[in-house]
Design a protein around this ligand. Structure first.
Ligand code: C2E
Ligand code: CA
Ligand code: CA
Length: 744
């Protein structure tokens, strides 16, 4: 799946119920946390505001100690402090309790989250050296609590009140009793007070590092309680409202998502499912554990006649038909099988199967059912199939198809369907790996074709045609070869079908006509006795109404006599628009070109075409001469075809002749020319030049053995060899003679 699709999928997933419920839980927790924090902050504030005087009292005690310490010994000074009526204890620098008055409850009960100050621990940075008793706020770096030289707390009352919560929470723990912890415990009920909450403070005492841990009380009265109750009620209402809002939004989001998803996955023409749905659901399902034990087929089903149908009826009628097709297919699906329209008249189908042959017959049955879906017409459908096998883990057990990609599978199915694109008939084809290679080659050729023609990478090869009676060169056929810097020598079979499909063939035809005309002109200029060279003209090209004029102009541009260029038209082209074809052939002939019917006998009978088309040459297809001795029947057909051509005043060329017996037979039947490996394979221009030279030499030799008058007649029209590349007649014997049959 590509990135864009994945993104879309993720966007859709955001609205998924599981995700929404997850969001709901997270948001609820966040709200609870927030509300809890606010509540504890407020409560801390209330408590702190009440602690100011208690703290001053404790500070006062440290001052008393300082004042008394100068006169009394330590024990007496401690006792003096006891007169303040407060529970306290004193720890030494190393944390040992050295004096105690009253019960020590500090650290004996867990800190209540409800009352504790919620400041973030990280906001404070304690100097690790606790003995220095310096606490910093990380945000200000201002020391909060510093013992002055005499061991006093160097903080004024105001900032103390402001920072008290920090102090309470983070006063360094000294000793094992955990003093300084924030402890809540309901004590005795005092008149007018609802509750007394004890809090222990640590204060430096004296200069020896002793600590005074004094018990303070926070008095919570009715008003405080009322405030707290109201606060909690308000917070509770807030939480409820927030929960309701979140919940309602969640439900609305889910409903909206359902609607949006439906639109997102609905095909506008069929109102069924669309490609996006197929891609996401199909891929997810095939990758899941549910599908891992079964084999599946991803199918590209094309309604071949859709365009025609729309042209004859309307696009709306076409859509209506697509809808019935979609619905019909859906009625044939089982279990988790899927169908969706992709685009145009293409459907993507996912079928489960166990046996390939059964799958094929199921598909053929489907196509049969669809062929007459409207009860009036016969439609054609083609199905390309890519099979999805079972993935197995190391121990051979079925595993999830983790790397399955629906787009690739569907693409394979499309490539497979593409192999049937030449016909309009219904059919089913299965994907093979070589199809990918073929497709890759097609892409490469298409990418390189223009550059190849511009760089003149296409070369004209010439295959001579000989008279089997005299072994004389009578003509040649121009055949294209691609000499690619990247792929080397590429035969026409690997490129012509591609060019025919993509339309580039007309440029190839132009290229060939121009190059053949140019070569002929060059050879004429060099004094060769040129023979007609035929050029293949594609069927697609013949449809162009001014083809004859195009060819005439191209040949004229090179200054080549028209009779030296022949045009070959393949037999299958004769099924196209006959009138236009006859017009083009007639005009070509009027301009002096000869026209031949190529591959006669290779496909459908074209006898009828022979009746109407004013053709000059009939080329008997190589198929006649293939296989183990074409037999007596074959010989009868060939000789009758030759006779027929003669009766119609046409010359005959036998193609693909490879053995002497065939040559002898064709000679005995009066076949005019033979083009086949027996004489020569297609060859580059310079080699063909040699053939022309040798032909003339052979003629001279032949002539030298006949009477002078015949000699003169034979040489008529042959330029003097002296004129050709300065060759002297006396040197003629040195020119290699290529005997029939040694062609390569
Ligand atoms: P084609 O027009 O029927 O050309 C004759 C093919 O038969 C040539 O194949 C030739 O090499 C081959 N051939 C000739 N004699 C023998 C023989 O004795 N034995 C065997 N086995 N083969 C023989 P080639 O050159 O591979 O061309 C294949 C086809 O490609 C041509 O069939 C023609 O349809 C097309 N083609 C070639 N060049 C062009 C071109 O320039 N333009 C167009 N439109 N088509 C071309
Ligand atoms: Ca040909
Ligand atoms: Ca041919």
């Amino acid at each position: 799946m590509d990135k864009r699709r994945k993104k879309q999928f993720r966007a859709l997933k955001k609205g998924h119920p599981v995700v929404s419920i997850g969001m709901f839980i997270i948001m609820s927790l966040a709200v609870t946390f927030l509300v809890g924090t606010i509540a504890s902050l407020i409560i801390s504030y209330i408590l702190d505001s009440k602690l100011g005087s208690e703290y001053s009292d404790l500070q006062y005690m440290t001052r008393i100690y300082e004042a008394a310490g100068k006169m009394l010994d330590k024990e007496d000074a401690y006792e003096l402090l006891g007169e303040e009526g407060r529970d306290f204890y004193i720890t030494s620098k190393d944390g040992n309790i050295i004096y105690q008055k009253g019960e020590i409850t500090a650290g004996s009960e867990p800190v209540s989250a409800f009352l504790s100050y919620m400041a973030d621990e990280d906001d404070l940075e304690n100097d690790d050296d606790y003995t220095s008793k310096v606490i910093f706020r990380t945000d200000t770096k201002v020391p909060l609590l510093t013992p002055d030289g005499e061991g006093h707390i160097g903080l004024d009352e105001l900032s103390l009140l402001r920072d008290l919560p920090d102090l309470i929470e983070h006063t360094p723990e000294v000793g094992t009793t955990g003093t300084g912890n924030f402890i809540t415990r309901l004590l005795d009920i005092e008149p007018g007070a609802v509750a007394m909450v004890p809090i222990w403070f640590d204060l430096p005492l004296g200069s020896e590092g002793d600590i005074l841990c004094g018990k303070a009380y926070v008095k919570i009265n009715m008003i405080d309680f009322a405030w707290i109750t109201m606060l909690f009620a308000a917070l509770f209402v807030l939480v409820v409202i927030l929960f309701v809002v979140i919940f309602v939004n969640l439900i609305r989001g889910l409903v909206r998502r359902r609607g949006a998803t439906k639109i997102f996955f609905t095909d506008l023409s069929t109102r069924g499912k669309n490609w996006m749905w197929f891609l996401l659901r199909g891929e997810t399902y095939l990758k899941s554990g549910f599908a891992k034990r079964d084999t599946y087929a991803v199918i590209n089903l094309v309604f071949v006649n859709y365009r025609n149908y729309c042209a004859c009826h309307s696009i709306a009628a076409g859509d209506e038909l697509l809808r019935s097709i979609d619905q019909w297919i859906n009625t044939k699906l089982r279990g988790k099988e899927m169908c969706a329209r992709v685009t145009g008249a293409e459907f993507a189908i996912l079928l489960k199967f166990t046996d390939k042959r059964a799958l094929e017959s199921r598909l053929r049955e489907m196509i049969d059912g669809l062929q007459n879906i409207d009860g009036e017409h016969i439609f054609h459908f083609q199905a390309g199939v890519d099979l999805v096998g079972i993935a197995r883990n190391a121990s051979g057990k079925p595993a999830k198809r983790r790397y399955f990609d629906m787009e690739i599978a569907y693409n394979n199915a499309c490539t497979t369907r593409g192999t049937m694109a030449d016909t309009e008939d219904s059919g089913v084809a299965f994907f093979t790996e070589s199809m990918i290679e073929d497709q890759r080659w097609v892409d490469q050729v298409q990418e390189k074709q223009r550059q190849a023609i511009e760089n003149e990478e296409f070369q004209v090869y010439y295959q001579p045609k000989y008279d089997p009676q005299t072994d004389e060169l009578k003509g040649a056929e121009a055949l294209i070869r691609w000499i690619s810097p990247e792929y080397g020598f590429v035969p026409p079979g690997k490129i012509i079908p591609i060019f025919e499909k993509n339309g580039f063939i007309t440029e190839i035809d132009h290229y060939m006509v121009t190059h053949v005309a140019r070569d002929q002109r060059r050879w004429l200029d060099r004094g060769f006795k040129c023979v007609p060279v035929s050029v293949n003209i594609s069927r697609a090209h013949f449809i162009e109404s001014d083809l004859a004029e195009q060819i005439r102009d191209m040949v004229d541009a090179e200054g080549t006599p028209h009779e030296l260029v022949e045009l070959e038209l393949t037999e299958s082209a004769f099924f196209d628009d006959k009138k236009a074809l006859i017009g083009t052939i007639t005009r070509l002939k009027n301009y002096g070109f000869s026209v031949s019917m190529d591959d006669f006998g290779s496909g459908y009978s074209s006898l009828n075409s022979l009746k109407d088309m004013p053709l000059d040459v009939l080329k008997l297809d190589a198929e006649f001469f293939r296989g183990e001795g074409s037999g007596v029947r074959g010989e009868i057909v060939v000789s009758e075809a030759i006779r027929l051509a003669k009766s119609l005043n046409m010359l005959t060329v036998a193609e693909g002749v490879e053995v002497k017996e065939q040559v002898d037979f064709l000679a005995s039947q009066g076949c005019d020319m033979i083009q086949g490996y027996y004489y020569a394979k297609p060859m580059p221009g310079p080699d063909y030049e040699e053939r022309m030279k040798n032909n003339e030499e052979n003629l001279r030799r032949a002539a030298s053995s006949v009477e002078a008058s015949e000699y003169a007649a034979l040489l008529q029209g042959i330029p003097d060899y002296e004129q050709i590349e300065g060759t002297d007649v006396s040197d003629a014997a040195d020119v290699a003679i290529i005997a029939p049959g040694d062609g390569e």
